[in-house]
Each structure stands twice: as structure tokens, then as C-alpha cells.
Design a protein around this ligand. Structure first.
Ligand code: TYM
Length: 342
């Protein structure tokens, strides 16, 4: 498909992204996504969603889902998202997501969905036992983005394929319904040194909240002792640290720890390589522990403080949902008309 549809969209720029309220937030979520969300508030109108409907594509205990939704909202704010400036809300409060997702289920092709690597990974060997929601998940994600005609989507590397699917859906909708330029073709924004933070136990695997080993990740709720222990035991290799990017080839653990350091310190990777080149992993691990604690513990404490007033969090979500509906409702009215719903 050509980029004609993209060229003819002339609405305003808008940012949308989301995080699932399932399990603990990891350092990967923070560096790959939420830290980037905070930065984009400076230049754009942003919506940041707590995607509770995505979370239930795998089983969630209902009371735990409620708690995790509030905790993620608190963590968003503790990380620096400002509910007065950006729209913070949970997905299930705005019905446009589910409604548009259905239309997109009818636009997306089975072949497109079957190519999604995350479904293959998450469903594993027992594809037939996965929920239908897990399979259709990327169409809901496209609806999240396009219900607001969002043009920019900050995500970590692992969500790139899903944003690309949203681009295909936007273009096919515009073409099928003879509505060139109706939906923008959204751009994935995958930036910074930590777009793919790897497991502390295996430099070839992504750091993930669903990894059975808690030692594989730093959670935003970890205390100083836990952070120190996990980094001390993080996998390394026997050589000293390289001084340039070429020396990182074939050394995923060194690359990962140095990249995490650079992202947390807001430094370029070359600067960090220059500093640690020729030194032992032990020095890097000590410095990284100190830096992680300095950066993460204020977030942990502020999240805990905000969780002390769940009523205030619910009010922020309600206010965000109202502002979100004001954008999505007119888009949905146009979609209904274009599709021919009476
Ligand atoms: P989720 O909840 O798995 O992850 C949230 C964000 O964190 C990023 N991320 C990482 N970045 C770097 N290194 C890692 N190890 C790492 N692990 C996670 C993810 O790339 C993501 O940006 N489907 C999405 C949520 C979603 C969404 C959307 C995103 C739903 N609707 C619309 C953008 C636009 C998800 O499950 O993310």
C-alpha cells in the first residue's frame, strides 16, 4: 500500500501510548517507555493509557487487576507524568476502544495477525488454549491509537511490529471506506539507548515482568538490597569492559548493563564506554547499583505515597477518561457513518 493516506492526513500531532497493569513494572518498562512518555509531554499533546483490557487477554485476578491499575497510575505520576498536562486514564473507561477494535477486527486480515511474533511467543506450544483476545490484541492496540487519531506512538522495541500493524489497519480502513486521510498512519517512536533492556540472567532475552525468575529483572518496587543483589548476580563475561561500541559485539551482557547505565544517567553510550573501558564488571555493577537506587527509589516512594489515597487516583482516572471521551467520541461518530451503521 502506498503512503498516500499518510500524506493526505492533515490533523494535529498527538501522542498515544499504553502500559499493561499486569505484574510489576520493570526497569525495561521505565527506560524503554515511561521515561520517554515523560519527555514527550514537553512537546506534544499526549494520552497515556493503562490498558486493562489488554491485561485480561491472559487471566488476571480481578482484585489484583484493580490494585495494579491504581498502582500503575501512581507509578506514571511518580515517574513524572502530569495528569493536568497529559491525559491519564484506563482503557475500559472509554468504550470507543472496544467499539473501534471490533471494526478493526473486520479490517485486519488473518494473515496479518498470524505473523505477530508476540502472539507466537505468548501462546507458546498451546496456541489452541490461548484466548481469542490474545490473538486479536494488536487490533485493540490499533484502536487505542486511532480512536484519538494519534500520530506518534512511543514504545520499546518489542511493540514495533504491533504499531506497524496499526499503520496497515489505518491505511486499509482509509482505502476500504474511501476515506483517504481519515486516519493518520501512526509513527512508532523508538528512541534512546534502552529501547530493548535485556534480562539480567541472559543477555539474549528481553527483561520482562512475566519471566519466572525475579532475578532477571529490576522491578520499580525493588528496595536497595534487592537491586544490589540482582545487579551483583547479573550475568557477565570474563573480559574487561570495552572502550568502544565495536568491542560490544558478541557481548550482550556488557552491552545491556552499559546501556542501562547510559539511559539512567541520561548519557550517550560512547560516554559511558569511555568511562568504563578497561575496567572490570565489578566496578560497573557497583556504580550501576548506586545510580539505579538514586533514580528508582524516589519513584518507588512516591508511588507508595500516592497509593495511600486510592480515591484521589480514581478521580484522576475519571477526569482523564472524560477528556479522552471528548476526543474519541466524535471520531467514533465518523467511523459509524463511514462504515454505514444507522
Ligand atoms: P507492555 O505493557 O508489555 O509494555 C509497556 C511498554 O514498555 C516497553 N517495554 C520495554 N522497553 C524496553 N525494554 C524492555 N525490556 C521492555 N519491556 C517492555 C514496551 O515496548 C511498551 O512500550 N501492547 C502494549 C501496550 C499497549 C500500547 C497500546 C502501546 C496497548 N495499547 C497503544 C502503545 C500504543 C504492551 O503490552 O506493553
Amino acid at each position: 500500500m502506498s503512503d498516500e493516506a499518510a500524506v493526505s492526513y492533515n490533523g494535529p500531532e498527538r501522542v498515544f501510548s499504553g502500559v499493561q497493569p499486569s505484574g510489576n513494572l520493570t526497569l525495561g518498562n521505565y527506560l524503554g517507555a515511561i521515561k520517554r512518555f515523560v519527555a514527550m509531554q514537553e512537546s506534544h499533546d499526549c494520552l497515556y493509557c493503562i490498558v486493562d483490557m489488554h491485561a485480561i487477554t491472559v487471566w488476571q485476578d480481578p482484585s489484583e487487576l484493580t490494585r495494579a491499575t491504581r498502582e500503575l497510575t501512581a507509578a506514571y505520576i511518580a515517574c513524572g507524568l502530569d495528569p493536568a498536562r497529559s491525559i491519564l486514564f484506563n482503557q475500559s473507561k472509554v468504550t470507543a476502544h472496544a467499539e473501534l477494535a471490533w471494526v478493526f477486527n473486520c479490517v485486519a486480515r488473518m494473515g496479518w495477525m498470524e505473523r505477530m511474533t508476540q502472539f507466537k511467543e505468548k501462546s507458546g506450544k498451546h496456541k489452541e488454549r490461548a484466548s481469542l483476545g490474545l490473538f486479536a490484541y494488536p487490533a485493540l492496540m490499533a484502536a487505542d491509537i486511532l480512536a484519538y487519531k494519534a500520530t506518534h506512538v512511543p514504545v520499546g522495541d518489542d511493540q514495533k511490529q504491533h504499531v506497524e500493524l496499526a499503520r496497515d489497519i489505518a491505511q486499509k480502513f482509509n482505502q476500504d471506506y474511501n476515506a483517504q486521510g481519515f486516519f493518520p498512519v501512526p509513527e512508532p517512536i523508538i528512541q534512546g539507548v534502552a529501547t530493548k533492556v535485556m534480562s539480567l540472567r541472559d543477555g539474549a532475552k528481553k527483561m520482562s515482568k512475566s519471566d519466572p525468575s525475579d532475578m532477571s529483572r529490576i522491578n520499580l518496587t525493588d528496595d536497595t538490597d534487592a537491586i544490589a543483589k540482582k545487579l551483583r548476580r547479573a550475568k557477565t563475561d570474563p573480559d574487561e569492559l570495552p572502550a568502544d561500541a565495536k568491542g560490544l559485539e558478541g557481548r550482550p551482557e556488557a552491552r545491556n548493563l552499559l546501556s542501562i547505565y547510559a539511559a539512567l544517567a541520561d548519557e550517550e553510550l560512547v560516554t559511558v564506554l569511555d568511562h568504563f573501558g578497561g575496567r572490570q564488571f565489578r566496578d560497573l555493577k557497583e556504580a550501576l547499583t548506586e545510580l539505579t537506587v538514586v533514580k528508582i527509589s524516589p519513584i518507588t516512594e512516591e508511588t507508595r505515597r500516592l497509593m495511600g489515597d486510592p480515591g484521589a487516583i480514581d478521580k484522576i482516572l475519571e477526569d482523564g477518561a472524560e477528556r479522552a471521551r471528548a476526543i474519541a467520541d466524535p471520531v467514533m461518530a465518523d467511523v459509524r457513518r463511514l462504515v454505514g451503521f444507522v
